[in-house]
Design a protein around this ligand. Structure first.
Ligand SMILES: *[C@@H]1O[C@H](CO)[C@@H](O)[C@H](O)[C@H]1NC(C)=O
Length: 818
């Protein structure tokens, strides 16, 4: 075997060992939850490697080994709230990893034992056991920490198998309880003992006295005692010396006042440090402690008092009294004189509390949910050690009086006045807070903006949410220590500046009436690290753009962004998140908008002016309109005329001032001879009754060509230009070369008005016939012209000629001279 092979074998072995070590931790915990599935038996298809199996709240009545044999990895099994009557621990023989087994709230009355070595938590509480189901096997379950049991009787020998186990919690439920052999509980070795007694039975006080000797922490539920006070089993003096309990909690207590007092004294002179009573109802008559004949404790009381009191905290929650005669003064005096660290009286309908007569040790007082008023602790200077005072949900009304209440509380750091009826009476009212106050909760009151004139100077956290504050006034005293300000759920219309709170770090201004928050906030508040401004009715308009810029610049200081920031107005944007709301720069900048609009208007005006002045567009438009009208009318009036087509060789357009030349030279020369050219001349061929424009158009339409006699006179005449326009229009619409220009006299270009650019263009582009001055050239000119015109017209025009001739003389020509 070479060295390579040995390395290979070694590596394989190493990996195998590694894999086996890793595997159990790699596996995930598998949970199977069948809770509340109306199951009557344990399901068959539970995954094999299930670690945690919840079968609680079903109707399972029987268990068998077959059901759990296939679940070797089971660690937690919850069978609480089922209908199991008999329990055989042997069904879990193959579940040796089982650590948590909850069988509470069943009907189990009988158990067959078997050792479950790893079990740490076993709950058999709320079952139907007559005697405690503690078998010998429990004694070797050394991991056991929690043991829940139920029974109808407890005897001294019942705990003998578990006496040596150091348990954490023992939970006993005692329904239909009939027998308790005194000192039975003391056999237990547990840190915490929790007893739920029957709700409808007289409590057995031996359980309390023995419980106090058994564990450090004792909780008992359901202490009722309806029999006469005389029958009450008072504690023995012996007990006080052996008490272990430091934490005592009694829940659902309904007793006579004298009995309660007895228990209080017992707790008072025992090592109990934290004493809590919840859901307390007391009956009977209140007596002063000094009047009270201490039935059992009297003899050694002096001695006990001198040894000092261990009590640190007394808590009373949900207290109701059912006494006919009730002198509250006595009660308040007794509470106020207590030399303890912390006192809580919560939800006790307490209307008043007295100022301690001597310097008090109270550091924490919680009188929440009572009926206390402004008179509390006025002029009270014995609470100098008090650090926390909680007075939420009472009936305080005057903020000024509250401030005076704190005046002598030199150590007060925290004051909770939330959920009262506090108002502030405006500027007239003076305020005097203790300088030590650093945190103040004034939420859910009826305070308005004048609250800022009545605040402790050294305040660092201030809660003013859910009040009626509409603004933060300008000229208020500076609160330089203020770091956290909560103004949520008020009526503010804008973010407050930080003029008065230079050190502000956290501001909450959610749920106010802010439509458009001002954007200079972070400039005015340089120390702010967090701004909560969501859930305001934001108006998504241009002003909000600035705030959106602020969000971008703030670098994540806006808390709750973007979900909490939603447009409410305008209606069509309602529900849109601010982050999705965008408007262009143009839409928001009024100056920019105005300038743009102005520029656009100017350009438009310039274009229109250019079109009007330079290109004479309105004139063309007018002409085009008339031409179209004429065409339309001609179509309707005389369809046969339209069909007749061309009747003339040429239409002559000339200025009236050149008419001499036209009549004497042009017409005779063209119409003579065998070619017989027919000309449409407006004086001869115009039809009366039609408008000039119509006549011109008709003439042009019926002519094959249009001859224009150009001269400076021509360009002076608007009508001529008119004719030229129509002829040119026809030229383009029929795409024929129908224009003939005769230049009678040279036209200097400056003579042509600017708007006759078409004429200019024509003259520039076309070759025109120039009327020669020399007579010798005239013959050639006429021949040339004749050639340009010569075309064979359709024969049908003979008949039409008569009509044209009838209309030849007309007075309209006079109008043409312009
Ligand atoms: C078992 O289920 C009940 C009811 O759902 C629950 O209250 C209890 O804590 C569970 N027990 C364990 C050990 O998880």
């Amino acid at each position: 075997m070479g060295p390579l092979t040995s390395i290979y074998v070694f590596t394989c072995a190493f990996l195998f060992i590694l894999w086996n070590n890793i595997q159990p931790t790699v596996e995930n915990e598998i949970t199977a939850n069948y809770s509340g599935h109306l199951l009557t038996e344990v399901p068959k298809n539970i995954p094999v490697h299930t670690h945690i199996l919840d079968l609680s709240h079903n109707r399972i009545s029987e268990l068998s080994a077959l059901e759990f044999i296939s679940l070797p990895d089971l660690q937690v099994l919850n069978l609480s709230h089922n209908l199991i009557t008999e329990l055989d621990f042997r069904v879990f023989t193959f579940n040796q990893d089982l650590e948590y087994l909850d069988l509470s709230h069943n009907n189990i009355w009988k158990a067959y034992c078997q050792m479950l070595a790893r079990l740490r938590h076993l709950d058999l509480s709320f079952n139907k056991f007559t005697v405690l189901p503690i078998c010998q096997e429990f004694g070797i379950m050394f991991h056991l920490e929690y043991l829940g049991l139920s029974a109808m009787m407890i005897r001294r020998s019942d705990f003998r198998y578990v006496t040596h186990l150091q348990l954490n919690t023992v939970f006993l439920t005692l329904e239909d309880f009939s027998l308790y052999e005194p000192l039975s509980l003391t056999a237990l070795n547990t840190r915490s003992l929790h007893i739920v007694f029957a709700a409808n039975q007289n409590f057995n006080f031996s359980l309390l006295y023995d419980g106090m000797r058994t564990s450090e922490s004792l909780k008992i539920v359901n202490l009722r005692y309806n029999s006469s006070h005389r029958d009450f089993p008072f504690p023995s003096l012996d007990l006080l010396k052996k008490t272990k309990v430091t934490e005592l909690m009694l829940d659902t207590v309904d007793l006579e006042w004298t009995v309660i007092l007895e228990i209080f004294l017992l707790a008072w002179y025992s090592p109990v440090e934290h004493f809590t009573v919840r859901n307390l109802i007391f009956r009977g008559r209140v007596v002063k402690l000094t009047e009270y004949k201490l039935v059992s404790l009297s003899s050694s009381l002096e001695q006990l008092i001198s040894s000092g009191v261990s009590m640190k905290a007394l808590t009373l929650e949900h207290v109701r009294n059912k006494m006919y005669y009730f002198n509250q003064e006595i009660l308040y005096r007794q509470f106020s004189e207590m030399n303890i660290d912390s006192l809580t009286i919560h939800d006790a309908c307490m209307p008043h509390m007295l100022c301690p007569k001597r310097a008090s040790l109270f550091r924490y007082l919680n009188f929440s949910r009572n009926a206390l008023t402004d008179e509390l602790f006025q002029n009270c200077d014995t609470l100098a050690d008090l650090k926390l005072l909680i007075l939420r949900r009472n009936k305080f009304q005057s903020l000024s009086k509250v401030s005076f209440m704190t005046r002598h509380m030199k150590s007060l750091k925290y004051l909770d006045m939330s959920n009262n009826l506090l108002r502030n009476g405006g500027a007239k009212e003076r305020c005097h807070w203790t300088d030590s106050l650093a945190e103040l909760d004034l939420s859910s009151n009826q305070l308005t903006e004048s609250v800022f004139e009545c605040l402790p100077v050294n305040i660092s956290r201030l809660d003013l949410q859910n009040n009626q504050i509409a603004s933060v006034p300008k000229g208020i005293a500076e609160l330089n220590s203020l770091k956290e300000l909560n103004l949520a759920s008020n009526r503010l219309a804008d973010l407050p500046g930080c003029r008065a709170f230079v050190g502000l770090q956290i501001l909450n201004i959610e749920r106010n009436l802010i439509l458009t928050p001002s954007a200079d906030f972070f400039e005015s508040c340089p120390s702010v690290k967090e701004l909560q401004a969501g859930q305001n009715p934001f108006k998504c308009s241009c002003e909000l753009q600035d705030f959106l810029h602020l969000e971008r610049q703030s670098g994540g200081k806006l808390s709750g962004w973007p979900e909490a920031y939603v447009c409410q107005y305008p209606e069509d944007l309602s529900g849109t998140q601010l982050k999705d709301f965008h408007l262009t720069e143009l839409a928001c900048n009024t100056t920019l908008l105005l300038v743009t609009a102005l520029l656009l208007t100017l350009v438009l005006v310039a274009v229109v002016a250019f079109l009007c002045i330079y290109l004479d567009v309105p004139w063309y438009v007018r002409m085009l309109w008339q031409w179209t009208q004429t065409k339309r009318r001609a179509w309707h009036d005389s369809p046969e005329e339209r069909e007749s087509g061309l009747q003339f060789h040429a239409f002559i357009s000339y200025s009236e001032r050149d008419s001499l030349w036209v009549k004497n030279e042009l017409i005779p020369n063209l119409e003579k001879g065998e070619g017989c050219i027919r000309l449409c001349q407006h004086e001869r061929n115009f039809i009366p009754g039609k408008s000039i424009v119509e006549n011109i158009i008709n003439c042009i339409e019926k002519s094959y060509r249009s001859i224009f006699v150009l001269s400076p006179n021509f360009v002076q005449s608007e009508w001529c230009h008119y004719e030229l326009y129509f002829a040119h229009h026809k030229l383009f619409s029929e795409n024929s070369n129908s224009l003939i220009l005769i230049l009678l006299e040279p036209i200097p270009s400056y003579v042509i008005p600017a708007r006759y650019h078409k004429l200019k263009a024509l003259m520039a582009k076309r070759t025109y016939l120039e009327w020669p001055k020399e007579r010798s050239k005239h013959a050639l000119f006429w021949a040339n012209l004749r050639a340009a015109i010569s075309i064979k017209l359709p024969t049908s025009f003979e008949t039409n000629e008569e009509q044209s001739d009838v209309a030849s003389t007309s007075s309209i020509t006079q109008h043409l001279i312009k």
